[in-house]
Design a protein around this ligand. Structure first.
Ligand code: FAD
Ligand code: UDP
Length: 371
């Protein structure tokens, strides 16, 4: 049979597009090379705990259209992300707020904190040219040294002077006692896990797993009038202009026979020496309870290690610096010349999108494609 759309990738972009296409009367086939749907938001139940297999995912958005859309497919709990930073055994609140400043400097009032930051940011004159300068001009050198430098260099494998400043502008800086990591009107974790939410999006749609599009491209192209491709754009073109850079992540998971390992969903290890960037304790995304509201006797933790992507690894984070931006632009021009294909999502568009942005992009794509 000839499908209207072949959707490559069952992550959020692919699942939203597929759902909308079906709702508009189109026939859709979704394929994914992984053994599971949901892309990077895939969760797996272990001993009653929804484990975020490809890294911790907290849904947050200010976009009411996206919130109203996604809540049709899952109920969200009231989880608020408040990671703790562990710097050589000293614990600090994140994001940077009055609790952090009090612990760092002993300051008590917002005026005192502001004065301390102003005193330290003075070393940066002019517009910050990189992540290091941006960080110091936001929160001063002490916080940069203890809570940013080591973590960022581990996560990105690059010196803070060689990273773009926008990466750090994602984090709020507050002169209030507020540990909410996100400035978002809506935030939470889908009750029952992300996999269930994506399965709801894909309800009634044919999905083939363990199926790599690029391994049999011509055969798959012949199956549909149009392709929606959410894999890496450079892989699509056989890397013919060179490799775009990605950061990859490796997780070491452990099931522990104790109810509480670290007392929080996320603890960031912000020194340079600890080899992992953070430890996730998955049960706390759902307050340590199972689906029936019972306390869980065991716990699952994941140590997260960041590494440079090499062919064969799972690409996670696009490295949106100038060099890669230019190469992406060349690939984008090639993509424009292809017919009957749409490139979407974090890898297809090579952009550091959050989940809500990916959903917004997918809905935008549906608006122009399906209406
Ligand atoms: P993906 O989820 O990557 O889906 C792409 C799919 O395409 C994959 O399933 C892949 O297997 C498939 N595919 C690729 N190539 C092929 C091929 N050749 N053939 C067949 N299938 C193929 N966002 C938030 O909002 N909050 C968070 O807390 C958050 N935390 C994150 C933590 C980590 C560690 C990472 C890496 C990302 C995080 N994100 C977070 C971002 C979020 O994961 C993405 O925005 C979103 O999942 C991207 O969806 P996508 O559909 O574009 O891509
Ligand atoms: N960051 C940091 N220390 C922390 C947490 C984050 O320096 O404890 C920096 C780091 O450079 C990171 C950026 O802030 O890349 C953005 O953090 P965020 O948590 O948004 O990254 P994510 O893992 O969600 O992409």
């Amino acid at each position: 049979m000839m499908y209207d759309y072949l959707v490559v990738g069952s992550g959020l972009f692919g699942a939203v597009f597929a759902h909308e296409a079906k709702a508009n009367g189109k026939s859709v086939l979704v394929i994914d090379k992984r053994p599971n749907v949901a892309g990077n938001v895939y969760t797996e139940n272990v001993e009653g705990i929804n484990v975020h297999v490809y890294g911790a995912h907290i849904f947050h958005t200010n976009d009411k259209r996206v919130w109203d859309y996604i809540t049709q497919f899952a109920e969200f709990n009231r989880f608020t992300n408040s990671p703790v930073a562990n710097y050589k055994g000293e614990l600090y609140s994140l994001p940077f707020n009055m609790y952090t400043f009090n612990k760092m400097w002993g300051v008590v009032t917002p005026e005192e904190a502001e004065a301390k930051i102003n005193e330290q940011r003075g070393e940066i004159t002019g517009t910050p040219r990189n992540l290091e300068e941006q960080a110091i001009s936001l929160v001063g050198r002490d916080i940069f040294e203890k809570l940013i430098k080591g973590y960022t260099e581990k996560q990105w494998g690059r010196d803070c002077k060689e990273l773009p400043s926008f990466i750090i502008k994602r984090l709020p800086v507050r002169l209030t006692f507020d540990n909410n990591y996100f400035n978002a009107l809506y935030q939470g974790i889908p009750v029952g896990g992300y996999t269930k939410m994506v399965e709801n999006l894909l309800d009634g749609i044919e999905v083939r797993l363990n199926t790599d599009y690029l391994a049999n491209k011509a055969e798959f192209d012949a199956l549909a009038k149009k392709v929606v491709y959410t894999g890496p754009i450079d892989a699509y073109f056989g890397y013919r202009l060179g490799y775009l850079e990605y950061r990859s992540v490796r997780f070491e998971n452990e099931l522990l026979d104790k109810p509480n390992f670290q007392g929080n969903a996320a603890v960031n290890y912000t020194d340079r020496e600890t080899p992992w960037t953070r430890i996730i304790e998955h049960k706390w995304f759902e307050f340590g309870k199972d689906a029936q509201g019972n306390d869980l006797p065991k716990t699952v933790i994941s140590r997260e290690y960041s590494s440079e992507w090499k062919p064969g690894d799972e690409p996670y984070y696009p490295v949106n610096d100038e060099k890669n931006g230019q190469l992406y632009e060349q690939y984008r021009q090639l993509a424009e010349k292809e017919s009957n294909i749409i490139f979407g999502g974090r890898l297809g568009q090579y952009k550091y999108f959050d989940m809500d942005q990916v959903i917004a992009e997918a809905l935008k794509c549906c608006d122009s494609e399906l209406m």
